[in-house]
Design a protein around this ligand. Structure first.
Ligand code: ZN
Length: 530
């Protein structure tokens, strides 16, 4: 079997401040850097990525592979038109040059919006289909946060989504997708597709599959595939909420031997998700309350309490630089506390100039695009310096080599701050250790992450709290100034539907008001931060 492989991954927060240009894909930002040909295999080897799982299947099945290009960037605002066109064109040019193919494997995220394209994956799939024609099967591996359109689902022959959040099964998902592709190439049977939308968004920290209700919803998918009814791939995409596009929101997509089997499974999965709505509501704390609560709980146990600074999670469009939680830690006089990553190249450079052991005045973090946020001006001691190169060993990054650039541990009283020059989501204990912080010895750990940190931090934590502090990614999707969602989509579990005022948020009253847009002034009034 001759199979082309390509990857183009981006999760787009259409409200975020910073777009994704070519340089974001070249660096990778928590992914491997943009790679071509044989480079892909070298860099993805043993890493928790869909492409790595697919390459494993390729070896087992004896595929003749044509690796074209793999590019992923950290979530941010829209992909710039030139970056989208450059990468998409390189993929299609590689397919044209590949000659006859038996199949195409795509490693995609499923929530890409570009300057000129709302539905990035459908556009990529359409272009790939145009090159390879109607008879060559195409299967894609996707993130659980995919905002998936029906057009996309029907342009390809199979979609296979992650089943865990934290995404510890990225490579495994790639392997499942590649196996489906192999089956289609071998038996020549193209599966029937069923696609069902589901009617409410869930704040991302509450989507975790570590706990109810998502744990059971995802466990059910494997059961559906195993029950003998002919389902070949069942996926549930919870969607990425911060995307102001009509396809934003959860869907289930099922591929099966018969249309009836696909429809039956999709109906069952969508119904189970709908029934779980009450259970998806979770608890959050304001910054000061989170620190006080964490300090109180940590005093009773000898393990760290981890606080998720969810609104500045760079895995969702955050800048990983806001200072709300840092200020709260310092103001509370927290002891044995650490926070990271604060991405601030100037401060990192100043720390390197000052040298290890020096005390100096620093202006730490803050991002001009985030209302209510500012740098923290303070005296701090440079406790440790690093070139920022590390290997993230926890289950989420799964061995990925990260290059965070010149970095430092700055100490303010009992608070240690990980300052880096480059961005990546704090989801691995090595991201504290590389600047000398022992995470297990801390009472409070504040992480710029919503959920992925759980994979490596839950095993050492006494408790996990979700905090809200000014940042680009509101915890409650209802705080986002949406204008283009599909009418009737509820913005949070049991929350208001798009177009419905908050005063009448009891569901399911979505009829008359559907389609009415929020006024900007209402959004600001309703939002947690102006
Ligand atoms: Zn995701």
């Amino acid at each position: 079997m001759r199979v082309a492989l390509a990857g183009f991954l981006h999760e787009t927060n259409t409200f975020a401040p910073v777009p994704a240009g070519m340089e974001a894909f070249e660096v990778g930002g928590g992914y491997i850097p943009l790679s071509r040909g044989a480079e892909i295999e070298l860099r993805a080897e043993g890493v928790n990525l869909g492409i790595a799982g697919a390459l494993g299947v390729a070896r087992q099945r004896g595929w003749q592979t044509v690796p074209i290009l793999w590019a992923g960037a950290i979530p941010s605002a829209k992909v710039k038109e030139d970056a989208f066109e450059t990468i998409a064109e390189e993929i299609t040019a590689g397919l044209r040059a590949a000659g006859p193919l038996d199949g195409v494997f795509l490693d995609l995220h499923g929530a890409m919006v570009a300057d000129h394209v709302d539905d990035g994956e459908a556009e990529i799939a359409r272009r790939v289909r145009d090159v390879v024609g109607p008879n060559v099967p195409i299967v894609a591996a996707l993130d659980l946060h995919g905002n998936i359109s029906e057009t996309f689902a029907r342009t390809v022959d199979g979609l296979v989504g992650f089943r865990t959040y934290p995404h510890v099964d990225m490579a495994e998902t790639g392997a499942r997708a590649a196996t489906l592709l192999h089956e289609i190439m071998t038996d020549g049977r193209r599966p029937a597709c069923a696609f069902r939308r589901i009617d409410y968004l869930v704040p991302i920290p509450f989507q975790t599959t570590d706990t109810a209700p998502a744990d059971a919803l995802y466990a059910d998918l494997a059961a559906v595939e195993a029950d003998g009814a002919g389902v070949r791939a069942a996926s549930l995409f919870m969607g990425f909420p911060a995307a102001d596009i009509p396809d934003c929101g959860p869907v289930t997509v099922v591929y099966a031997d018969t249309q009836a089997a696909a429809d039956g499974a999709a109906h069952a999965i969508a119904s189970a998700y709908a029934a779980a709505e009450e259970q998806f509501a979770g608890q959050s704390y304001e910054a000061d309350d989170a620190i006080a609560e964490a300090a109180a709980r940590a005093a009773q146990v000898k393990r760290p309490v981890v606080i998720a600074d969810t609104q500045d999670n760079p895995g969702a469009g955050g800048v990983s630089a806001t200072t709300g939680l840092l200020r709260a830690l310092v103001a509370a006089g927290a002891e044995r506390a650490a926070i990271g990553l604060i991405v601030d190249p100037e401060t990192a450079r100043a720390a390197h100039e000052a040298g290890t052991g020096a005390s100096a005045h620093f202006r730490i973090g803050g991002h001009p695009s985030v209302a209510g946020d500012a740098p923290l001006e303070t005296e701090a001691k440079v406790e440790c310096l690093s070139d920022g190169k590390l290997r993230a060993t926890g289950p989420y990054y799964g061995g990925t080599a990260l290059d965070l650039g010149p970095s430092a541990c700055l100490r303010i009283g009992g608070v240690r701050v990980v300052v880096t020059s480059r961005i990546a989501q704090m989801a691995d204990r090595e991201m504290f250790r590389f600047v000398g912080i022992v995470p297990e010895d801390q009472a409070i750990l504040v992480v710029k992450s919503s959920t992925h940190f759980r994979a490596d931090f839950a095993p050492i934590s006494a408790d996990i709290l979700v905090a809200v502090s000014p940042g680009p990614m509101p915890l409650d999707p209802g705080d986002l100034p949406f204008t283009r969602l599909r009418p009737g989509l509820r913005l949070s579990p049991n929350g208001p539907a798009f177009g419905e005022s908050r005063a009448s948020s009891a569901r399911p009253d979505t009829g008359d008001a559907a389609g009415v847009q929020y006024r900007q002034e209402d959004v600001i009034q309703q939002g947690r931060h102006p």
